[in-house]
Design a protein around this ligand. Structure first.
Ligand code: KIV
Length: 278
């Protein structure tokens, strides 16, 4: 199992870290089998799974339920969970309680967006045994302040601020940080400036690792998909084909087969055999 200390060791060894988002039991089991290093139960679950317009509607209850599902599917996988919108802004105690909820649900670490206002919470969590992943650049929880999901750090002043924040996140005790939607050149400067790994999404190739939203990679996302999110599969069409075939077979009575071997038929036969044997 890839562990939290393995993040830093991977950077030191020059080994790239592969992460994906994950929200459910089946995908978690497949990702563990595929050998992913770690998964993020992101607050993007609100948009990807619940169809909400932004991550600001993600709640602690929502994240807790999805962390449980992921842990149930992948008992040995390194799981990072997002601290949902404003859970870090209600004082130290509430922030610590929210992190505890996610860790008890099965997460190994939490991720916190941004640094302003978190200078006390991050060391408190790390000191208490909760590894913290930082997140800089585009902060989707601030979409209403930003007015959209535009690339961040394009101006020199912004780039210098983000670089300074990255250095500070390491000082505060973060074990890694996500860099979202920033220029590749800035991501390269940050990667060189900090000794903890940078995990990029829309931040170019020089990050120490990469993360994507699984549904984008699988071709399951309906609607807008960012240009940097490479699609490895057209699951939408595969699912539609399978569903369409099932619908057609029910309607033309070719499923279930008459006297044929269905999964249910086999179970019934096994139960009958067991009853006879008693
Ligand atoms: O919630 C999420 O999916 C994220 C990734 C975009 C890094 O934070």
């Amino acid at each position: 199992m890839f562990t939290i200390p393995d993040f830093k060791a991977a950077k030191q060894a020059g080994r790239r870290i592969a992460m994906l988002t994950c929200y459910d039991v089946s995908t978690a089991a497949i990702l563990e089998e595929a050998g992913i290093d770690a998964v993020l139960v992101g607050d993007s679950v609100a948009m990807v799974v619940h169809g909400q317009p932004s991550t600001t509607t993600a709640t602690l209850d929502m994240l807790e339920a999805h962390v449980r599902a992921v842990r149930n599917g992948a008992p040995n996988l390194c799981v990072v969970a997002d601290m949902p919108f404003l859970t870090t802004r209600r004082g130290l105690r509430e922030g610590v309680d929210a992190a505890a909820t996610l860790i008890r649900a099965g997460a190994n670490a939490v991720k916190i967006e941004g640094i302003t206002g978190h200078e006390e919470l991050i060391p408190a969590l790390v000191g208490g045994g909760v590894p913290v992943m930082g997140h800089l650049g585009l902060l989707p929880q601030s979409v209403n302040v930003l007015g959209g999901y535009a690339k961040q750090g394009k101006l020199d002043s912004e780039a210098e601020r983000i670089l300074g924040e990255a250095v500070r996140l390491e000082e505060l005790g973060c074990f890694a940080m996500v860099l979202e939607c920033i220029p590749a050149k800035l991501a390269g400067r940050i990667q060189a400036a900090v000794s903890i790994p940078t995990i990029g999404i829309g931040a170019g190739p020089s990050c120490d690792g990469q993360i994507l939203v699984s549904n984008d990679l699988l071709g399951l996302t309906a609607g807008y998909v960012p240009a940097f999110a490479k699609r490895y599969l057209n699951a939408h069409d595969l699912f539609r084909q399978a569903f369409g075939q099932y619908i057609a077979e029910v309607r033309d009575s070719s499923f279930p087969p008459v006297g044929g071997k269905t999964a249910k038929g086999e179970i019934e036969q096994a139960m009958e055999a067991e009853t006879k044997a008693r």
